[in-house]
Design a protein around this ligand. Structure first.
Ligand SMILES: [Zn+2]
Length: 126
């Protein structure tokens, strides 16, 4: 069983839903939701995510680094992972997992372990 985490929504406790109403009879209060799975790992729903981002988004972007010039998609950063879900897609020996370069259109096979490894990439630039 996974651990329950509090929604980080700053107004979560102000939304009147039955599942937020907690406590003993006579002294129930609306409370911040707890969930084992949260949107982006932090929020119970999109409303709480939006509340947080509206208040802190600009500060968060400034803190982690604001984009000040356009990024460019080049062959060095255009690799994305893909998966052929259906067996008919693999009839001509197409691999189940593959890398695809959005600039050169090149495709390269990928092992399942490489596909699942979120740090594994062919991109040499961001
Ligand atoms: Zn919430």
């Amino acid at each position: 069983m996974s651990e329950l985490k509090f929604c980080q929504g700053i107004y979560c406790h102000t939304y009147h839903t039955q599942d937020r109403l907690k406590g003993t009879k006579g002294s129930k209060t609306y409370q911040t939701r707890r969930r084992s799975h949260l949107h982006f790992g932090e929020f119970c729903d999109n409303r709480c995510y939006n509340d947080w981002f509206e208040k802190y988004g600009t500060r968060a972007v400034d803190h982690f680094g604001r984009l000040t010039e356009a990024k460019h998609l080049t062959k060095e950063n255009a690799w994305t992972k893909g998966q052929n879900y259906y067996t008919w897609q693999r009839e001509n020996n197409e691999p189940r997992y593959y890398f695809y370069n959005g600039v050169t259109k090149e495709q390269r096979p990928l092992t399942e372990a490489q596909y699942n490894d979120t740090n594994y990439t062919l991109n040499t630039e961001r």
